[in-house]
Design a binder for this molecule. Structure first.
Ligand SMILES: N[C@@H](CCC(=O)N[C@@H](CS)C(=O)NCC(=O)O)C(=O)O
Length: 116
């Protein structure tokens, strides 16, 4: 048998994440939900996205332990939240806040998420 990467559950999770990031131009991986964030960093990030006012997707990593374990390796970013826009990792709460305050984040979100 030739040496190929076996189709393990880990690969499935990685593919799921890649699909989520591809299919949702603005997506945040967070603890809890936008209605009930379960970490201050996630809560702060949601406040910013709510201020911007465009629809966004989210994944509650507390309900998805495989995603919680796998995404940091794919992203090379150890913590949550993680905001991804158009297939690219923006960063966590600190960076989201910085990008918002510098005026960089709003147009980026607007360009990738039409008004509802
Ligand atoms: N400086 C980071 C702080 C985020 C952070 O420390 N997150 C922690 C606590 S919520 C985390 O995700 N730890 C890994 C884990 O819980 O899986 C940011 O700006 O987002």
């Amino acid at each position: 048998m030739s040496e190929q990467t076996p189709n393990t559950a880990a690969n499935d999770v990685e593919q799921l994440i890649r699909d989520q990031i591809r299919d949702n131009k603005v997506i945040i991986y967070m603890k809890g939900t936008p209605q009930f964030p379960q970490c201050g960093f996630s809560a702060r990030s949601i406040e910013v996205l709510t201020q911007i006012g465009r629809p966004f997707a989210f994944v509650n990593i507390l309900e998805n332990p495989e995603i919680r374990a796998t995404l940091p390796k794919i992203a090379n970013w150890p913590t949550f939240p993680q905001l991804w826009i158009d297939g690219e990792l923006m960063g966590g709460s600190d960076i989201i806040l910085q990008m918002y305050q510098s005026g960089e984040l709003k147009p980026l979100v607007e360009a990738n998420s039409p008004a509802a």
